[in-house]
Design a binder for this molecule. Sequence first.
Ligand SMILES: Cc1ncc(COP(=O)(O)O)c(C=O)c1O
Length: 377
Amino acid sequence: MGARRQLGRLESTEHGRRCEPAPAEPQADGPRQIAQAAADAILAGRGNQYPPGPGIPELRRAICDHQRRFYGFDYDPDTEVLVTAGATEAIAAALLALVEPGDEVIAFEPYYDSYAACIAMAGGVRVPVTLRPPSFRPDLDALRAAVSPRTRLILLNSPHNPTGCVFNREELAAVAAVAREHDLLVVTDEVYEHLVFDGEHVPIVSLPGMRERTVSISSAGKTFSFTGWKIGWVMASPVLVSAVRTAKQFLTYVSGGPFQYAIAEALALPDRYYTGLRDALHSQRDLLCSGLAAAGFEVYEPAATYFVTTDCQPLGEKDGVEFCRALPGRCGVVAIPNAVFYDDAEAGRSQVRFAFCKRAEVLKEAAARLARLRHSA
Ligand SMILES: Cc1ncc(COP(=O)(O)O)c(C=O)c1O
């Protein structure tokens, strides 16, 4: 019953009553040497047949090396890492493995749209804790109030899509304290870990008492600008990884063999690659944010990710869904209404999300077209 009710939201998407969020993808592909590594792997016959279920050992080792290099802690590549078909499959497999019908899953809304779908497919009940503008900082009292005897896990996403909020150490410590106190698992989606402009990304698993109860998820899509390759991963204790692997076995079994070799190489790229990616996106963020502000939007500057949330009310618009539906026709710009990321659609009614993972001239052109809207209304 619960699952059916939750799926209602998905069905209404299919019937077009809501806007379906389209993926935002980088305009430029990732490093050429990494694309070459994938091509070489295919031609050399590496990964063209089913790779090992947990992922190729080279990639699992590279994931562990990356974790040690950036955050200073260790996972065992043989028992604590699982390669998945992007973070999306990792989220699905984790929820299918760890949530029983009727279990409650707390997630901060607005949330990445697969969360609602995957909780529903697991038969779980989502319990949203709302992030509100202008700061979108988590309301920790609301989090504590959301816990019930049926709560099974907290589904965390920091850096956060769509708001660009990066939970700070104190906030994460408070989330961790709730998890410990109520013996909850935390599934944490950290796909934007390297796209942080202000503040720092702190993996919640690094906080005391969290190693055994945290399933950490990341992916190569955003970090290396190869979103189509769909290489993601799960890191957790052996017992949790084994549970997630059992669900993953019947979702895709394995995927992306040759790409796994290439991403193993990508993770070992020097620091200047990671800082270069971040710095480029940082200036794209500044460019789009100032353009949107000049066009009349209220802009909630994101600390991370490649999205910026705005409010369209200053343009005389009340409804983000209507505004976004009309926008391509009005000026050839596409945006996503944040309402589709909320259960409480009222909370995000006039919020609109733009993506800045685009070339500077495209961002400038988009801002110029949006600026003309006020005069053409
Ligand atoms: C928060 C979040 N998690 C996961 C994903 C999907 O990652 P992947 O492409 O690796 O499946 C996205 C993509 O937009 C995202 O925004």
